[in-house]
Design a protein around this ligand. Sequence first.
Ligand code: GLV
Ligand code: MN
Ligand code: MN
Length: 413
Amino acid sequence: MAIEEITGRIAKDLESLKQFTATPGDGCTRLPFTPEARGAVNYLKKIMEEAGLEVREDAAGNVIGVMRGTDPDAPCIMMGSHFDSVVNGGDFDGIAGAVCAIEVARQLKEQGVTPKRDFVAVGFCDEEGMRFGTGYFGSGAMLGNRDVEYCKNFADTNGVSIYDAMKEYGLDPEKIEDAKWDVEKIGRFLELHIEQGPVLDAENIELGLVDCIVGIQRYMVTVHGRADHAGTTPMDMRMDAVDAATKVISKIPDWAREKADGTVATTGFIRTTPGGMNIVAEKVEFTVDIRSKNNDNINDIANRIRAALDREVKEMGGSYEIDTKLVITPVWLSEEMLGIMEESCKARGYSYKKLPSGAGHDALEIGQVIPTVMLFVPSKEGRSHCPVEFTKYSDFAKASVVMTELAKDLLTR
Ligand code: GLV
Ligand code: MN
Ligand code: MN
């Protein structure tokens, strides 16, 4: 199959999938368990069927397409990425990897490969954690890390739990554990994704071989003070939740900078209650997302946040609580599979570079227990999680060819 034809197929799928957004004209907003997610899942199911795969949707909302191998007992080769997005995100984050997993299945068929083991293409549900503040819902469920309690525990900022959102979407959260795989049955995991950072584009490199994915911790912090009149309450007689919270928030970026090793920490959400210009806030909620290749750095920043909250909230006279949304350690990817992809890049004359991933991925969750590898394509000017996110379709095509060669190697041994 000529690379131009592969490019055309990928372009057609990604262009079609652009319609499934809640914010047309302002980027992709495809939150989990919404009509937009349903639209994307139905499209993925259709193209999986057209590619001759056995298609099903599991209890967590993942869409799965299987190309059967000759040995039903052999652990499968799984490849995929997520179909959800952030709010006003781009048209490639996640969904391009799901489409390219199906594209790899097409190429395997066209090349007449007889797989000894199953090739499983997956579109994962709720990788971003955007809606519920969590992350890796579908991939975590496949590994048995999500249960009914988890679905009841986490809610979106409107108070809708994962449990209720799943029911509304047509899934039975009581059956979430049906999504669990026998981990022994997944031999390897492969994920193709946009880089979401500037390195490949700036250096004009075609493909990124990912050797490490950072660990991540995510928290929702709630600081409680007392609502009072903004004009009449003297500064030393108020319990201002904003005063205490912002004293902590303002230090978090510096604690990450101090590590000077790529560690990052972000407060991306802040909400005050009642939120009036002339009312001392009685409550502040804010998120913290900390990432590093070094898990000790993440723990250290989380501990400093707790100590600062103890100090500032005591000073203010209120109280606080921390809701842990995600704790996941860094993962190093399979050297064996990186080596196979490197050979394939050399043979095809594609320029490549090894690099770490600062973004989280389903590969981070799955790579905790299963040999995993990732392949990046360049993101124009490194922009991602915003509407201008852009990657050339021809870059996805090259990456899909390298992934097909890797899959072929793994499927035929
Ligand atoms: C997902 O894109 C993340 O890294 O938060
Ligand atoms: Mn992603
Ligand atoms: Mn993302």
